[in-house]
Structure formats: structure tokens, C-alpha cells
Design a protein around this ligand. Structure first.
Ligand code: IMP
Ligand code: MG
Length: 176
């Protein structure tokens, strides 16, 4: 058991299980995109560790770029405006695979997909290490999922609790 701020967590997915599943996802992507060029787009901050380990297993002609979602107050008429920060690659007619740490309600990924689609890629797929199907209310289910999990809160391997715990090499679940 470990303590992160005021909460107690216990090991949920070990580093060995993570390595095995990340390798399996990499093999699947190598197979599905064989002979194609892929632009991987990793969503910061949570996906940094997953993206780093996954990319080492990829043997495709590929690029990787890291983005952040930002939401700011636009003019009064437009309300809140979502924006992607950090995207420099030309996505036009390219296959895009978004790398996420976790998909919970699906709101974030829906916004990211609609912003990326404005760049007219050939295809957009989502690869998420973790997925909470019971919490999902979004439009697009992830195409590639490492682990489908319950709604309980998790930290580690890039995921945070109030910015803490991202450095943990396994995934820990909150203890009831
Ligand atoms: P969504 O828009 O509800 O799918 O939220 C996705 C974001 O919520 C993720 O990118 C995480 O930053 C955060 N999140 C959701 N569930 C967890 C969790 O169990 N642990 C840590 N962060 C989480
Ligand atoms: Mg995230």
C-alpha cells in the first residue's frame, strides 16, 4: 500500500502486467498499420509514460507529437473555446492514432477528436491504456484499449492524484 496526499492506494496493475499489455498494443498497431505511415498524438500530461513505452515497440514509419488540451474564455458570444496546444505536424491525409492514459467520461477525447478532424486526416483512432466503460458517455469508444477498469480512481504510470503519483511505475487503485 502507498499513500498519495490524503489517500491510500493499493497495487492494481503491476509493472510486469503493464509491460506485457503495452507490448501487445504495440504488436496490434504494427499489424493494423503495416505498410502505412502513422502520426501518434500523445495527450499530455497523463500519457507520457505510456507513450514512451509504447513507441519503443512500434516498427512503423511514424511521427510522435505531444499535445495539451486547453480551454479558455473566448468572446462573450462564443463562450468557452477549446484549443489544442503543441500540434505542429501536418495531419492532412495522414493516419492519426491518439494516445491517452485513460478515458473516463469521454468528454476530453471527443473534443480532441473534433479538433484534430479539422486538420483533415485520413483516419483518426484512439488508443487508451485505461478505459472506464461504466463512466463513458462520449460519442467515440476507444479503438484500442489496454485495460477496461471499474470506476474507482487510479494513479501511477503517468496518472495523477492532484498532480502527485505520476512517477509510480505501476498503477494503483484507491483503497475503499
Ligand atoms: P474524461 O474527459 O472524463 O474522459 O476525463 C479524462 C481525464 O480525466 C483523464 O485524461 C485524466 O486526466 C482524468 N481521470 C479520469 N479518471 C482518472 C483516474 O482514475 N485517475 C487519474 N485521472 C483520471
Ligand atoms: Mg489525461
Amino acid at each position: 500500500m502507498i499513500q498519495v496526499l490524503d489517500k491510500t492506494f493499493e497495487v492494481f496493475i503491476t509493472k510486469e502486467e503493464l509491460a506485457k499489455e503495452v507490448n501487445a498494443l504495440g504488436s496490434l498497431l504494427n499489424e493494423d498499420y503495416k505498410g502505412e505511415e502513422v502520426i501518434f498524438i500523445a495527450v499530455l500530461n497523463g500519457s507520457f509514460m505510456f507513450a514512451s513505452d509504447l513507441m519503443k515497440t512500434i516498427n512503423l514509419a511514424s511521427e510522435i507529437s505531444f499535445i495539451k488540451m486547453s480551454s479558455y474564455q473566448g468572446t462573450e458570444s462564443s463562450g468557452r473555446v477549446d484549443e489544442l496546444i503543441g500540434l505542429k505536424n501536418d495531419l492532412k491525409n495522414k493516419h492519426v492514432v491518439i494516445l491517452e492514459d485513460i478515458i473516463d467520461s469521454g468528454i476530453t477525447i471527443d473534443k480532441i477528436i473534433s479538433l484534430l478532424e479539422m486538420e483533415q486526416p485520413k483516419s483518426v483512432k484512439v488508443c487508451s491504456l485505461l478505459y472506464k466503460p461504466k463512466a463513458f458517455k462520449g460519442k467515440t469508444k476507444p479503438d484500442y484499449v489496454g485495460f477496461s477498469i471499474s470506476n474507482a480512481f487510479v494513479v501511477g504510470y503517468g496518472l495523477d492524484y492532484d498532480e502527485k503519483g505520476r512517477n509510480l511505475d505501476a498503477i494503483y487503485q484507491i483503497k475503499k
